[in-house]
Write a protein that binds this ligand. Structure first.
Ligand code: MCA
Ligand code: AMP
Length: 505
């Protein structure tokens, strides 16, 4: 039996035939039938370009229906899809290409020159382009390619995708996700969230992360629903489209922006049946306000790049504000002591560990990192601190990892600190997340200049331009003579967070 996830998708796509799969506001898009045909052509193009089963296909393109067809084509031929944040700079891309060694890099048409240079440096043999108007050299290649209607045989444990997540050491780690990981999770979510062919998902998330790609698109494909693809979150457009949608998935920033808008009413959301939130904590306050204004209780769920979705509030039953619900079917969680991995007493806070068919098989070419985080008994150490209440709802109460989540994007302070420290005149730096009304947490730097150095905020910010993706760059930079340290010499970031807590309030 072929365990390629695309087998499941293809069966559904054939059934759904002429029904809409992806639509856009501009009137472009694909029915399921058209998507099957077009992805077969793209599969033919990938093969002609030399992509073979197990090869990585790195993709840094703007959001478009064709980018999803490329993902499907890649699955079909047994390739490993490797999506990259569109905000990544050349330096960042260089690292990913040299680490993942893809057989093909698909970039935006406007970036092709730089992409070719970087690809050549990294030994990546092929570069093609994909634009947002069904254009670019890859689409041209697909036009002339012999379509591939077959589906390459894959095992459950074969790789379907690699998604990079930043690491606490400053080096990004490629999470290896299998056909089983993606398929089992999409199946569980379709059931848990009652997705059907009648659903129309308002899709305003980026498609290079688990949330917008796997949660949104795999669930849609598995249920045979349709999606309205929007280039980005824009409240005006969301309000226009809600009367024609049934589900929206978003990060908490979507919801804080909607709640602050007077257009949010029971009438405008009357056709919607479900609002899902994840990727960062949704405050109980936003949850309650949204419900007061619309009658809809946002359904919060919790996941990670390494695990897909782990827990979800119930579809039927109480969606408890400030909690992420219960484990999805097939997913086990345990709350443990950080040192011993022994379960803590019920109701106590500990490390959240997770096991199940959703959990990845390790970090790409990082066996040691994998051993540190993926235990022999199959439990993955999430780095999130949690407790389970008396009714079985999981509360994420903090993080044991030094991580900032800004507008749903993860920023690892170490990576930003390393770049700041390269600036002449900087002795050292500490990057922290501070409460931010729009992004949840705002990336903030505290810099210690070398004695006699004359540095200001603008200089530090200018230095980071082009070196780090925009969302990783601090919103503010402060200066200090020293950083607070404990007796072990570790920087006391809690103290810094306290000192600067009012910055964005
Ligand atoms: C944009 N900017 C940001 C962010 N987004 N800065 C910090 N954090 C961000 N997230 C910058 C812009 O470059 C701009 O800078 C300024 O902030 C204001 O931009 P604005 O127009 O307000 O932003 P936006 O374009 O509206 O974007 C905000 C957003 C977006 C809608 C929240 O960031 C977004 O779609 N986030 C979703 C991320 C996501 O999908 N995460 C899932 C991964 P300037 O003005 O200087 O140019 S996590 C995941 O997949 C796990 C598994 C899970 O559980 O889901
Ligand atoms: P990433 O794997 O980069 O997408 O980030 C996963 C991290 O996002 C988790 O380890 C959590 O810290 C955080 N996260 C995701 N969903 C939630 C949620 N609903 N509440 C709190 N934190 C969340």
């Amino acid at each position: 039996m072929n365990h390629n996830l695309f087998e499941t998708f293809a069966a559904r796509m054939r059934q759904r035939g002429g029904s809409d799969f992806i639509t856009t506001r501009e009137g472009s898009g694909y029915t399921y039938e058209q998507a099957l045909t077009a992805s077969a052509r793209l599969a033919g193009a990938l093969t002609a370009l030399g992509v073979t089963p197990g090869d990585r296909v790195a993709v840094q393109v703007d959001k478009s229906p064709e980018a999803i067809l490329l993902y499907l084509a890649c699955l079909r031929i047994g390739g490993v899809y490797l999506p990259l944040n569109t905000g990544y700079t050349g330096d960042e891309i260089r690292y990913f290409l040299s680490d993942a060694e893809p057989a093909l890099f698909v970039c935006r048409p406007a970036n092709v020159e730089a992409a070719r240079t970087i690809a050549a440096e990294c030994g990546c043999p092929a570069v093609e382009t994909l634009g947002t108007a069904a254009d670019g050299s890859l689409m041209a290649a697909a036009e002339g390619a012999a379509p591939r209607d077959d589906i390459v045989e894959r095992d459950d444990d074969d790789l379907a995708a690699i998604l990079y997540t930043s690491g606490t050491t400053g080096r990004s780690k490629g999470a290896m996700l299998t056909h089983r990981n993606l398929g089992s999770n999409a199946g569980a979510l379709v059931q848990a969230w009652h997705f059907t062919e009648n659903d129309r998902l308002i899709h305003a998330l980026p498609i290079f992360h688990t949330h917008g790609l796997f949660v949104a698109c795999n669930v849609t494909l598995m249920a045979g629903s349709s999606m309205l693809f929007l280039p980005k979150f824009d409240a005006d457009v969301i309000f226009e489209e809600m009367p024609r949608g049934t589900v929206m998935m978003g990060v908490p920033t979507f919801y804080t922006r909607l709640v602050a808008d007077e257009r949010l009413t029971p009438e405008v959301t009357a056709n919607m049946r479900l609002f899902v939130s994840g990727s960062a904590p949704l405050t109980a306050e936003t949850h309650r306000e949204f419900e007061q204004k619309t009658g809809h209780a946002i359904l919060e769920r919790y996941g990670m790049t390494e695990t897909n979705m782990n827990t979800s509030n119930p579809y039927d039953g109480e969606r408890r504000a400030g909690t992420v619900g219960m484990p999805l079917p097939g997913v086990e969680i345990r709350i443990t002591d950080r040192e011993t991995h022994e379960p803590v007493s019920p109701g106590e806070i500990g490390m959240l560990e997770v096991r199940g068919p959703n959990v990845f098989i390790g970090y790409w070419r990082m066996p040691e990192k994998t051993r540190e985080e993926l235990l022999e008994d199959g439990f993955f150490i999430t780095g999130d601190l949690a407790m389970v209440d008396e009714r079985g709802y999981v509360h994420i109460v903090g993080r044991d990892k030094d991580l900032v989540i800004s507008g749903g994007y993860n920023v690892y302070p170490k990576e930003v600190e390393q770049v700041i420290d390269e600036l002449d005149g900087v002795l050292e730096s500490a990057v922290i997340g501070l409460p931010h009304p729009d992004f949840g947490e705002g990336v903030t730097a505290v810099v210690v200049p070398q004695p006699g150095a004359d540095l200001d905020e603008a200089q530090v910010l200018a230095f980071l331009q082009g070196k780090l993706a925009k969302y990783k760059q601090p919103k503010r930079v402060f200066f200090a003579d020293t950083l607070p340290r404990n007796t072990m010499g570790k920087v006391q970031k809690n103290q810094l967070r306290q000192q600067y807590q009012e910055t964005y309030q």
